[in-house]
Design a protein around this ligand. Structure first.
Ligand code: ZN
Length: 660
């Protein structure tokens, strides 16, 4: 089998599993993992880790022409310089914050108009793939149906600022926007600092003669963050909206989120590198202003709590909040605690710093690094497993990581136009040596080899949002742990609100349907009576048809999924189906790569690929229940020579009713 590109010899990192395996890439996607393959081009990657290209869901890139139009200083990276910074740091997808600005006539754009403008501006500049978060500055004044219309056109998230005193005080508008987002399948991003408390603290400092930027942390106390996080949790509780708290900074706020998640509320937590690496002592330095971001740098125990949150699963994502200024702009002496320019460049340093300070030191595992930098953001924002996974069928976005490479950070010679880094002088171990973006080598040995416009916009439709891990019921977790193979036990957080077509049997997601790669798959769905939708618990195993059967069904316009065991009502029976999977000879990666795992409401759905191209021999059948000891570490593992397969299930041709 000839591929466009074959990556030789890297250690492929998938959840709970790593293995030296070749990667075959065709048509911009991963087409084979392990086994024999040849490629038109080949890349030697021995000694490197193959990890998913980073998904940084929080950036502030400004397309060209906008700065001149708005007439005030704006962040200095456009989508091209931002893309270069991302790629040089192993990131291949960014989620950008889209601000409404005054239009040509001076009136503020609607969020939809801002998105239209930014879509056009980003398209010719971006070299990484990108999606946009519409910002609602004035939700009370939104055009009718705006949130739903944005989601319908692929922008399934909104962002609001509780740091705006007017907005934070307008609870009905906040609830209405979050309710609309929930109905549209969008995630609600919230900047959590209480606007009224910030205003009061800032005024008091200035009145007391302590208005210089060195006092910035005192202008934005932890209490303001906690108050706003409480409000955000209240919004999640009252509307059911999935709330994503951007750049969480303190131990106290994290504790509130942890409790909310334990209570089953859909609250996601993002933090950013600043709070993991720096503390407020930096504000004692003469150029304190260069560290300004909101919320501000916190205390050492906050930093430790965030690291513990990364390791413990209380924090979902580490995103850059890349908001770059030049050092000169940051250090402008006219600025004070209220007007200080917020944000720093962090796209290029996010992954290497987290690897160096997290994985190398043992604070987090390599799996957690991948989850925090790629997989979780891809899930939350509806891009998984197209993004965030090294798996057959996924986009070939791969950072080939040199775990031993050391470099000293020097912002003056990095890609961002900010020209400095808050980590200048730090010794960092672990950098990408090559970065592959949709099958093209975008970065090689320090050189950017991609061009403006090589990035694609990623539409998101009603597909957003894993549930926090705390929401996995003990029973669900126990059932999944029965599945054979370490990779199946490691990655079981249910996902919420998948596209309806892939939950209710109308076929695989469009991107998968469009794939030229033939694959066998097993899908498991559940319907759990204990959760919101209140339907009876039922389990299914579904299989994607292949070959002539698929063609026949396609010609008859029938679903290409087969429900192999519908209507099973007990966890015991479902366990039996869980262990059914298509397998083949070859590497464990080739045998079963997780390529999709989503759910709607209480639905749990997994898609496990079998042999990616052609099975060397037909898979064998096994009786149900024979895999009881095949769980990780189970007694039966050593003796398992063969492979599991669905136990001759009786296919059901009828399309299931919606909501079943
Ligand atoms: Zn931001």
């Amino acid at each position: 089998m000839g591929f466009d590109l074959v990556v030789r010899g890297a250690t492929v990192v998938t959840p709970g599993h790593r293995e030296a395996a070749d990667i075959g890439i065709a048509g911009g996607r991963i087409a084979q993992l392990g086994g024999t393959m040849t490629g038109t081009e080949e890349l030697a990657a021995h000694g490197l880790l193959a990890i998913p290209g980073g998904v940084d869901a929080h950036t502030h890139l400004v397309h060209q022409g906008l700065a001149a139009r708005v007439g005030f200083p704006v962040w200095v990276d456009d989508f091209w310089s931002g893309s270069r910074a991302a790629i040089a740091g192993g990131i291949t997808t960014v989620g950008n914050m889209t601000y409404p600005v005054p239009d040509e006539g001076g009136a503020e754009e609607t969020p939809g108009a801002a998105i239209t403008r930014e879509m056009a501006g980003a398209a010719g500049e971006a070299a990484v793939d990108w999606f946009l978060h519409p910002i609602l500055l004035h939700p009370a004044a939104l055009p009718e149906g705006e949130v739903g219309a944005l989601a319908g056109s692929g922008h399934a998230s909104i962002k609001m600022f509780l740091s705006d005193p007017d907005l934070a005080a307008d609870e009905p508008a906040l609830l209405a926007a979050a309710t609309a987002a929930q109905a549209a399948g969008s995630v609600t991003l919230l900047h959590c600092e209480d606007g009224a408390m910030l205003a009061q603290a800032g005024e008091q400092l200035i009145a007391a003669g302590r208005g210089t930027v060195a006092n910035f942390p005192d202008a934005r106390p932890v209490a303001a963050e906690v108050a706003a996080v409480d409000q955000a949790i209240g919004i999640a509780r009252r509307t059911g909206a999935r709330v994503y708290i951007v750049h969480l900074s303190s131990a106290a706020a994290l504790d509130r989120c942890r409790r909310a998640r334990a209570a089953g509320l859909p609250v996601y937590v993002e933090t950013r590198p600043l709070y993991l690496h720096l503390t407020r002592e930096r504000f004692d330095e003469p150029d304190a202003a260069k560290y300004v971001g909101a919320p501000p740098l916190r205390e050492q125990f906050d930093r430790e709590a965030l690291w513990a949150g990364l390791a413990g699963g209380d924090v979902d994502t580490v995103c850059s909040d890349h908001a770059p200024w030049t050092l000169q702009a940051k250090l402008d002496p006219a600025l004070n605690v209220v007007t200080a320019r917020q944000g720093v460049a962090d796209l290029e340093t996010l992954m290497p710093m987290l690897y160096s300070e997290g994985v190398v030191t043992g604070r987090i595992t390599l799996d957690q690094f991948v989850a925090l930098t790629a997989a979780n953001a891809a899930r939350i924002f509806g891009l998984y497993p197209r993004k965030g996974a090294i798996a057959v069928g996924s986009d070939a976005d791969i950072a080939l990581w040199d775990p031993g490479h050391r470099r000293t950070i020097d912002g003056a010679h990095m890609q961002s136009r900010s020209g400095y880094s808050v980590y200048d002088g730090w010794q960092v171990q672990g950098w990408p040596r090559f970065v592959i973006h949709r099958g093209q080598v975008a970065f090689a040995d320090g050189q950017i080899t991609t061009r403006p416009g090589d990035g694609q916009w990623l539409p998101r439709n009603r597909t957003a949002g894993i549930l926090p891990a705390a929401e996995v019921t003990p029973r669900t977790r126990a059932i999944f742990r029965e599945c054979p193979g370490p990779e199946l036990g490691a990655d079981v957080a249910p996902v919420q609100n998948v596209a309806q077509d892939s939950v209710h049997g109308l076929g695989p997601p469009p991107w998968l349907q469009a794939s030229a790669i033939a694959m066998t798959a097993t899908v498991v769905t559940s319907h759990n009576s204990s959760t919101a939708c209140g339907k009876p618990r039922r389990w299914y195993v579904r299989r994607v048809c292949r070959g002539p059967e698929r063609e026949r069904r396609t010609a008859r316009r029938e679903p290409t999924w087969i429900f192999s065991r519908p209507g099973i009502s007990s966890p015991e029976a479902s366990r039996v189906n869980m262990v059914s999977r298509a397998t083949s000879a070859g590497s464990p990666l080739a045998r079963s790569s997780l390529i999709e795992f989503r759910a709607c409401c209480s639905h749990v759905l997994r898609l496990i690929t079998g042999p990616p191209i052609a099975s060397p021999r037909p898979p064998r059948s096994r009786r149900l229940g024979e895999h009881r000891d095949d769980r990780p570490g189970g007694a039966g593992r050593a003796g398992r020579a063969g492979t599991g397969l669905p136990a001759a299930p009786r296919p059901r041709r009828r399309r299931p009713r919606r909501g079943s």
